[in-house]
Write a protein that binds this ligand. Sequence first.
Ligand code: ADP
Ligand code: MG
Length: 238
Amino acid sequence: MTGIELTGIRKRFGETEVVKDLDLSIAEREFLVILGPSGCGKSTLLRMIAGLEDVTQGRIAIGAQDVTWTQPGQRGCAMVFQNYALYPHMSVAGNMAYGLKVAGVPRRERSERVARIAATLELGALLDRKPHELSGGQRQRVAMGRAMIRSPRVFLFDEPLSNLDAKLRAQLRLEIKRLHRDLGTTSIFVTHDQLEAMTMADRMVVMNAGRIEQVGTPQEIYRQPATRFVAGFIGAPA
Ligand code: ADP
Ligand code: MG
């Protein structure tokens, strides 16, 4: 069981509430896209699910487990960021294996897992390179490999394709969906790009100013936007 249940989630930074009493259920193995404009609270929400940020109020469950106050490393979530966040001094293999090393996985098993995942992501020939010797698309594949290597229950993507050109973006969208299916994970993918959301989502959430405006399949939301904001943001006739 790897479904995710968010109940009454609030987040305040000082006086400002950036996530406002948010409820959301994500089914096991679902690919859920959160779409919303810059500053609406998408990253903050994802970071709370990952445990990188505490909730001000509310409850987060993954499967049958209440993880609201569980350490990030114990939640079974892996996050992929927009800016890759690779270690510049480490090789591709070193970057991918780092989490396993920290977790005390023996060297032999580390290299086996790196080799297997590198093959999946077509990184096999690049294992000895440093991040600065890679293209943007290759760097983002390494970041995905690093996230995959600990077999996460939940994949969290925070605008991972925003820095890439249109062609690579289209290619990596397909790869991410394939990995999601092959690995059988539950995935949440955050973006401010309507087209990206519509093409990738099983179900999508439209967020605005810390609240959910609408949840539904891309078709449902496109055909029947629930609010003026959604209609305007999706670009469909209201
Ligand atoms: P998004 O990812 O949708 O662009 P964010 O979750 O990054 O939005 O930010 C939501 C709001 O919370 C923004 O107004 C942002 O300035 C604010 N915010 C995010 N992180 C912090 C922080 N650590 N301290 C104060 N305000 C923050
Ligand atoms: Mg963000």
